[in-house]
Design a protein around this ligand. Structure first.
Ligand code: ADP
Length: 424
């Protein structure tokens, strides 16, 4: 049996979040880091998620990578394509969500697609086309200060329209239609299509809304959104008799040896998680200035980890508060500071893997991408959920590794130790 759903994610940890959503709904996912160069999806996979790093690259490149991923997913049998972006719609007026969605829709020959970033479990809701983070409009939340994609307009209909190709404008399926269920949503979408509106923002404030939206879009060639709106898609395939009732998540393998936590995210949530773990476990802080000057090296950090692993899991982190990060960035440059730290985490991971370590918890989207690429991981099976949006994963193929990859802001204060306690 080949895959049914093919998904393209615009970043790494967001793709893992999507894969978890599908697995929880009984559709077994496999996740790839980029478009695989060879091989087919495993026979047990019912969905494949290709994780790209296309959120902040130039729009033309994001389109090209997304179309390549789409073609590969179609070649693997995908009957429907899902384009996943962040539940805070991370992008700029120049792209990349609108251009990628428009190019995919054209490529697939679809008539219409939807945009629904809502993720009510994590307090992201869409009402009257406006995106809320908790009780705040997106434009009044912390996202307005995001270093790469500052979100200063919560009106998704207006914001998306700026990203769409010339002559196209976004429309809205409002909550009053969504609240009345799948038939009313389908009717509202048809109305928009009659008015030549191909791109529809859809309100959603609850998981039930997301399930109904998924059902209304069963026949769409392309669906776009956060991970939340994917929760209703497996049921569409099941209704058609294409998806058997089965467990969508993999068991984690029982692997010997210790575990390391590598934290490169500087988010508030991750810094709290570091404070918590450092009270219970040996911890080592990386200093970007010392890394730049050679006073601290990946080899030293890996040696420190090996010496301390007998005491239980160890923590290596670089995370700092925003003032200190901007001081370091002024001295080294933003890109160089980030790359130095990411490179160091990647080298530490490789050295520890060579020393026999098989369990890694990584905090930070970019940090996770750098570590996985260095470890040579190409594909992941998705295991049980640790906290909302973050599963355990295991690398496929020989020399299996257990990997928990956390986007900066996700997870409760005890995330790191909680994750490790879940392993068999
Ligand atoms: P998040 O998921 O929170 O966005 P990321 O790993 O994607 O986390 O991004 C964090 C970025 O900050 C990475 O590029 C990382 O290398 C960089 N970084 C980590 N610690 C520091 C620090 N102390 N100073 C400057 N940059 C840092």
């Amino acid at each position: 049996m080949s895959i049914l759903l093919g998904a393209i994610g615009d970043d790494f940890t967001g793709s893992t979040d999507l894969a978890l959503t599908l697995g929880k709904a009984g559709m077994r996912p496999v996740q790839y880091l980029g478009v695989p160069s060879s091989g087919d999806t495993p026979p047990e996979a019912r969905a494949a998620v290709v994780a790209l790093k296309s959120r902040t690259i130039p729009a033309e490149e994001a389109v090209a990578h997304s179309l390549a991923a789409c073609d590969w997913l179609l070649s693997q049998g995908a009957k429907q394509i899902f384009f996943k972006y962040c539940s805070t719609f991370d992008s700029t007026e120049e792209g990349n969500i609108g251009p990628v969605a428009a190019a995919l829709l054209r490529h697939l020959g679809g008539e219409q697609t939807i945009f629904c970033p809502a993720f009510p479990t994590n307090a992201r809701t869409v009402f009257q086309g406006h995106l809320f983070v908790g009780a705040e409009l997106l434009s009044e939340s912390g996202m307005r200060h995001h270093p790469l994609t500052p979100m200063t307009d919560a009106n998704l209909v207006r914001f998306l329209s700026k990203q769409l190709p010339e002559g196209e404008a976004a429309g809205l399926v409002p909550y009053r239609s969504v609240a009345r269920g799948p038939a009313a949503i389908a009717e509202a979408l048809d109305d928009l299509e009659e008015h030549q509106v191909k791109f529809a923002v859809v309100d959603a404030v609850s998981d039930q809304n997301l399930l109904d939206i998924g059902q209304a879009c069963a026949g769409f060639k392309l669906i776009t959104g956060g991970s939340g709106v994917a929760m209703g898609l497996p049921a569409n395939f099941r209704r058609k008799g294409l998806l058997p009732v089965e467990d969508g998540l993999s068991q984690m393998p029982a692997l010997e040896g210790g575990a390391v936590v590598l934290a490169g995210s500087c988010s508030v949530a991750t810094r709290g998680q570091i404070d918590y773990m450092a009270q219970h476990s040996p911890s080592l802080k990386l200093d970007p200035l010392a890394l730049a000057g050679g006073g601290q090296t990946a080899a030293d950090a890996a040696a420190w980890a090996r010496e301390n692993l007998a005491q239980g899991p160890v923590l290596i982190y670089s995370s700092e508060d925003p003032d200190e990060v901007s001081r370091v960035q002024q001295e080294l440059g933003r890109e160089r500071a980030g790359q130095l730290v990411e490179r160091c985490f990647a080298d530490i991971a490789v050295l520890l893997k060579e020393a026999g370590l098989k369990k890694f918890v990584v905090a930070g989207g970019e940090t996770s991408g750098a570590v996985l690429a260095a470890l040579g991981v190409e594909a992941l099976a998705i295991g049980p959920e640790i906290d909302p949006g973050v599963p355990w994963t295991s690398s496929t193929g020989p020399n299996q590794l257990c990997l928990a990859l956390k986007s900066g802001n996700f997870g409760g204060p005890n995330f790191f130790l909680k994750a490790l306690e879940m392993l068999p």
